[in-house]
Design a protein around this ligand. Structure first.
Ligand code: ATP
Ligand code: MG
Length: 379
C-alpha cells in the first residue's frame, strides 16, 4: 500500500512515520522541482513523478498551495484525496469565503478588495481596525497586513498598490476582539463516516500558532456540537475524504470560522500522544479507504511549537510526559523546527509540566508558555 503526498515538509514526514506500522509506504513530492523524495530522510527517489502517480494507491497533500499543473496532473489520475475542489477552497480565501456564505456558516465580516481604493469603503463598513489578507499563498501570518487606524491607510494603500490585486485579490477582515481561538480537527472516510477530535484551544503570537491545548478547557456540549455541525456542512458539501481542520474564533457562545485547512493541521499534532489514533494515521486510513481509528482522548495534552530556535538540547526529555518531535529542517527565523507534546493526567498537572519545560527552553522563543501554564494550574 502506498500514498504519495504533494509537499515534502514535516506533515508529509509525520504521515510517513504514522503509516509505517500499518504497512503504508508514504513518498513525497518536493513541489519546487517535482522530484519524488522520502519524506523522512529527504533522499531523492529515482522514480519519476509520473511513474509514482501510476504506482501509488492514493495521492494527498500536506499543504494547499500546490502549483496548478501538479494539481491538474494528480487530479486527472483519479487518486487525489481530498478532492481538487477542497484543496482549491483551502488555498483561496475568496473561494473559501464564498463557500462559507453559501452554507450560511458564520465567519468574520469581510470585503473583497481588487483595487486599493476599495479599502476606504471597507474601513467605512467594517471599521478602521482591519486585517488584510492575500487571498492566496499566505500561511503562518505571512501575506497579511494590519491596519490599526485610519491614519495608516495612505501608507498601506501605497504598499498594497505594488501588488496585482486582479490576479490575487485581498480579503479585508474586521479585526475581531474574540475571546479565544479554537480549532476542530476531524476526519471523514470515503463512506461518509466522521470521527471528531475534541476542540483544541490555540494560542497565536505574531500570527503564528505557538501552543495548542487539547481538549480545550471549558467547552460545553453546545459549543462542541456547533463546531461539529459546521464541519459536517463543509465536509459533506466538499464530499471530503481525509482530515479537515476548521479554525474558529469564539465570541461568547458563538463560533465564527476563521479559515479551513484541507489537510492534517498543526493544531492536531497533540493527537500523536494525546489520542488513541493520531491525525496522521487517521488521514492515511481515510485516503486508503480503511476504517477510521478511534479519536478518543488518552490524556490532556499541550502541543508547544518550537519556532526559529536553532540549537536544541534534549535535557527536557527527563520531564515525565514530555515528547519531542524534531523535524530536522534547516533553521530559519520564524520557521517551525519541531514541537513538544506534553501529556498529563489533568489540567493543573499539565500546567506544572509546562512550567517544568519553561525551565529548559529560552523564553524568547516560547513567549506563551509560562502564562498558559499558570492558567491551567487554576483549572
Ligand atoms: P496559519 O497558517 O497559522 O493558519 P494564516 O496565515 O493562514 O495562519 P490566519 O489563520 O487567517 O492566517 O491568521 C493568523 C492569525 O491571525 C489567526 O490565528 C489570529 O490569531 C489572527 N487573526 C486572523 N484574522 C483575524 C481577525 N479577523 N481578527 C483578529 N485576529 C485575526
Ligand atoms: Mg490560520
Amino acid at each position: 500500500m502506498s500514498v504519495l503526498v504533494l509537499g515534502s515538509g514535516q506533515l508529509a514526514r509525520m504521515m510517513a512515520l504514522a503509516g509505517s506500522p500499518l504497512g503504508i509506504s508514504v513518498q513525497a513530492v518536493d513541489v519546487a522541482d517535482n522530484k519524488v523524495v522520502d519524506p523522512v530522510s529527504k533522499q531523492k527517489i529515482s522514480n519519476s513523478l509520473e511513474s509514482m502517480i501510476e504506482e501509488v494507491n492514493a495521492i494527498t497533500v500536506e499543504f494547499e498551495h500546490i502549483p496548478e499543473d501538479l494539481l491538474a496532473l494528480t487530479h486527472s489520475s483519479g487518486k487525489l484525496k481530498p478532492s481538487v475542489e477542497a484543496i482549491l477552497t483551502g488555498a483561496d480565501r475568496v473561494r473559501e469565503k464564498k463557500l462559507l456564505e453559501k452554507l450560511s456558516i458564520a465567519n468574520c465580516p469581510f470585503e473583497i478588495i481588487t483595487e486599493v481604493d476599495q479599502l476606504d469603503a471597507a474601513v467605512a463598513k467594517l471599521g478602521e481596525k482591519l486585517i488584510i489578507k492575500a487571498s492566496r499563498d499566505g500561511y503562518d501570518g505571512y501575506g497579511q497586513w494590519r491596519l490599526q487606524s485610519k491614519n495608516e491607510l495612505p501608507e498601506l494603500k501605497q504598499q498594497l498598490s505594488q501588488l496585482d490585486l486582479h490576479k490575487v485579490p485581498l480579503i479585508a477582515e474586521k479585526m475581531l476582539n474574540f475571546d479565544r481561538e479554537l480549532s476542530l480537527v476531524a476526519v471523514r472516510s470515503s463512506d461518509g463516516d466522521i470521527a471528531y477530535y475534541p476542540l483544541a484551544e490555540n494560542l497565536h503570537y505574531q500570527g503564528q500558532l505557538h501552543v495548542s491545548i487539547a481538549p480545550a478547557p471549558q467547552v460545553d456540549k453546545a459549543l462542541e456540537q456547533q463546531a461539529q455541525a459546521i464541519f459536517n456542512k463543509l465536509a459533506s458539501m466538499l464530499d471530503y475524504v481525509g482530515v479537515l481542520a476548521v479554525e474558529f474564533f469564539q465570541i461568547g457562545p458563538q463560533l465564527l470560522v476563521n479559515e479551513i485547512a484541507p489537510r492534517v493541521h498543526n493544531s492536531g499534532h497533540w493527537t500523536m500522544q494525546g489520542a488513541d489514533t493520531c491525525q496522521f494515521e487517521n488521514h492515511l486510513r481515510a485516503v486508503r479507504g480503511l476504517p477510521l481509528g478511534s479519536t478518543k482522548v488518552t490524556s490532556p495534552t499541550a502541543m508547544i511549537n518550537i519556532i526559529g530556535c536553532k540549537a536544541f538540547a534534549r535535557d527536557m526529555l527527563s520531564i515525565p510526559g514530555c515528547h519531542l518531535h524534531w523535524y530536522g529542517k534547516t533553521p530559519r527565523n520564524k520557521r517551525k523546527m519541531g514541537h513538544f507534546n506534553l501529556c498529563a493526567d489533568n489540567y493543573p498537572e499539565l500546567g506544572k509540566t509546562m512550567q517544568a519545560l519553561a525551565e529548559y527552553v529560552p523564553d524568547e522563543y516560547f513567549p506563551m508558555l509560562k502564562d498558559e501554564a499558570t492558567k491551567l494550574l487554576k483549572l
